[in-house]
Ligand binder design. Structure first.
Ligand SMILES: N[C@@H](CCC(=O)N[C@@H](CS)C(=O)NCC(=O)O)C(=O)O
Ligand SMILES: [Fe+2]
Length: 287
């Protein structure tokens, strides 16, 4: 079995890394964690990040089979519907997205939101597999940052979403609804159980003290050895105490409110009102 070619697209506005993961033998590919640019001040979207992904897919003659989300992102809007329209592919996420939908249906009072995950083409359970040409992809449920977080293992690479960050930055926050530091610890043990030389690709990078370039690729061995929050020497109670302490200091992501209400709909904006304009909702004093 061959290993995939990995192309990263870094969005500095949200510190998100979107990946195109392709099988060199067949040119079949998946897109992981895409970004629709959104300017909160003006309420305008733009597709310049997604268009770079489309250009790459076309230049390399890729057939996009899957448009994957590692979780319902709270810091950027997904470009999955736009990419699907332009490139094809099925949009997929972890099956516990239904729990996230139920929570935020309440927060945003989204009367029209069905909470069965049917906005997505496929809901993945722990252990499910999918194909990227001749390469097998496997899904590992890795809840903790959110209930629906998954890691995609594709050949010798894994896309860990917001479980781990680079070893010098640590781990994801666990203070969103349904987040759980103890669960995140257990999920990270599943990633640590992958082969040592598995290439690990992060969903975000914020740089780190003493590092002034962005980075997003590391390995299981490096994480186990030196992650500042959770390496082979850190116990679960130590991790939970550290994580909960840090969570209590963090401000909300800039795009939390716009992002969540769109991403629970698989990246679809709300339907236009009778004046043909789409509106997002801001709950006041509720989050
Ligand atoms: N400043 C960023 C923060 C985004 C954020 O909170 N990111 C989450 C992942 S969605 C996280 O786990 N951050 C960890 C941390 O900042 O320590 C923003 O406003 O978008
Ligand atoms: Fe996240």
């Amino acid at each position: 079995m061959s290993n995939p070619e990995v192309k990263a697209f870094f969005d500095e506005a949200t510190f998100t890394i979107c990946y195109v993961v392709s099988d060199p033998a067949t040119h079949h590919a998946v897109i992981i964690d895409s970004v629709l640019d959104y300017d909160a001040a003006s309420g305008r979207t733009s597709t310049s990040s997604a268009d770079q992904v489309i250009a790459y897919a076309k230049e390399n003659d890729l057939t996009i089979d899957w448009i994957l989300e590692t979780h319902v992102h709270a810091d950027h809007i997904s470009a999955a519907p736009y990419l699907k329209e332009k490139l094809g592919g099925q949009v997929a996420i972890g099956s516990d997205v239904t729990a996230v939908q139920s929570t935020f249906k309440g927060v945003f009072n989204l009367n029209d939101l069905v909470t069965d995950g049917s906005q997505f083409d496929r809901l993945f359970d722990d252990g499910d597999t999918f194909e990227v040409g001749s390469i097998v992809g496997r899904v590992i449920a890795t809840p903790g940052h959110t209930p629906a977080c998954v890691t995609y293992v594709i050949g010798d690479s894994a896309y860990v979403g917001d479980t781990l960050f680079m070893p010098d930055f640590g781990t994801a926050r666990t203070d969103f609804p349904g987040g759980d530091a103890a669960l995140l610890f257990d999920s990270i043990q599943k990633i640590f159980a992958l082969p040592d030389d598995t290439r690990l690709f992060m969903c975000h990078d914020y740089k780190a003290p003493g590092r002034d370039v962005y980075a997003w690729e590391t390995s299981v061995a490096e994480q186990r050895e030196s992650n500042i929050h959770i390496n082979k020497n850190v116990s679960k109670p130590e991790f939970v105490e550290m994580r909960e302490g840090r969570d209590s200091q963090l401000g909300m992501p800039k795009l939390l409110l716009p992002a969540i209400q769109v991403n629970v709909r698989a990246g679809h904006l709300p339907e236009p009102e009778e004046n043909e304009i789409r509106y997002l909702k801001i709950p006041v004093n509720a989050v």
